[in-house]
Design a protein around this ligand. Structure first.
Ligand code: SF4
Length: 384
């Protein structure tokens, strides 16, 4: 195995943001120390089973990794060191702006961090309230400044489409974010799933009915699809003027500052995910761990393997992920990787979109148009 990416999931959060679908759990969970033990065990066993491959990138995400104590970071780091050939080009930690401090940054530097992804979400008090976030707009600049002072690259996450957000609000958020000079920006629309996910079980007392009520109420007050498309188009134009490349549907980067780890996903490369709710893609097989903490810890303690996704189709995944990137798909390479039949299936699926200005062909390469990026799901549905 020539090299893989590693994703480490830290589910703990100070509170639960009501829109969030990630595998999260209270930071005070009585399962916390068993979880870190399980993570350390899983890292060791997976690394050895894979033959101690080289790690190209590491991403510690969540949840809120900035809630980990330096001692917990040290244990995870030692486990990785023992189980992998650790020479990554990029190591990212996700952080909540309110819980990022110098002690934690110091521990992350010792871990080899090169990049911090800060969940700013909005610079508007109204926006953060509408999203149910507990940090303040004023927390973001000091977090960016502290990160920079350690020589680390910065990503900021923003959310658009919260109830009551106007185009002027969104432009103000984009301007406040770019004024901080981030290397990378991720902008996601507020999407509210109405289906309970497994991680609900991790939050005793805060069950699904209350979340569902919040989501239904919030969804009714959100901008409609046209409104969201307008906000997305504003970001596309504004960030281009600020010198960022819109290299993936939801991601912008200064030249050379693209997320190498996330490029592994979008190029349908090889990665191992460890922790609750994590996904892996190794040797063409997709697999996952359960998002419920008890189920995850139990699975690892009993030495059980990840659950294999028997329904995934590598060529379909490769097409959908490849189209997310601004470079799109090169058909010759696609064909070499997935075969002529998959290539023909892709071409005939895209042919059904003729005349709708959603994709653009340049020789053997196909890309989403700006309109196609906004309506990407309408494109992807024709590839399945
Ligand atoms: S802090 Fe992040 S991961 Fe945790 S609940 Fe909020 S959005 Fe989800």
């Amino acid at each position: 195995m020539s090299g893989i990416s590693l994703y480490v999931h830290i589910p703990f959060c100070a509170s639960r943001c009501p829109y969030c679908d990630f595998a999260t759990a209270p930071a005070t969970s009585r399962l916390r120390s068993r979880y870190v033990d399980a993570l350390v065990r899983e890292i060791g066993e997976e690394g050895r089973a894979l033959g101690r491959p080289r790690l190209r990138t590491v991403f510690v995400g969540g949840g809120t990794p900035s809630l980990l104590e330096p001692e917990e970071v040290g244990r995870i780091s030692a486990a990785i060191e023992g189980a992998f050939d650790r020479r990554p080009r990029e190591v990212t930690f996700e952080a909540n702006p309110a819980t990022l401090d110098r002690a934690r940054l110091g521990a992350w530097l010792a871990f080899g961090a090169t990049r911090i992804s800060i969940g700013a979400q909005s610079f508007s008090e109204r926006g953060l309230r509408a999203l149910g976030r507990t940090h303040q707009p004023s927390d973001v600049a000091p977090a960016v400044e502290a990160t920079r002072s350690y020589g680390l690259a910065v990503n900021l996450d923003l959310i658009f489409g919260w109830p009551g957000q106007t185009p002027a609000d969104w432009l103000a958020d984009l301007d406040r974010a770019t004024a901080l000079g981030p290397d990378h920006l991720s902008c996601y629309p507020l999407e509210l799933s109405q289906e309970p996910e497994e991680a609900v079980a991790n939050w005793p007392g805060a069950g699904w009915p209350a979340l569902e009520r919040w989501r239904r109420r919030t969804a009714r007050r959100q901008a409609d699809d046209r409104g969201l498309a307008l906000l997305y188009a504003l970001a596309h134009r504004r960030l281009a003027r600020r010198g960022s490349r819109h290299y993936e549907i939801s991601n912008w980067a200064r030249p050379g500052k693209e997320s190498l780890h996330n490029l592994t996903y979008w190029r349908n490369g090889q990665w191992l995910g460890v922790g609750a709710g994590s996904h892996s893609h190794l040797a063409g097989v997709r697999s996952r761990r359960p998002a419920a903490l008890t189920a995850y810890v139990d699975q690892v303690e009993r030495g059980l393997p990840r659950e294999v996704d028997a329904h995934s189709d590598a060529a379909v995944d490769g097409a959908i992920l490849g189209l997310r990137l601004d470079r799109g798909i090169d058909l010759a390479r696609f064909s070499a990787r997935f075969g002529h039949a998959s290539r023909d299936r892709l071409v005939s699926g895209l042919a059904k979109l003729d005349g709708r200005a959603l994709v653009r062909w340049t020789g053997d390469r196909v890309r989403l148009t700006p309109r196609g990026r906004i309506l990407a799901n309408e494109v992807f549905v024709h590839l399945v």
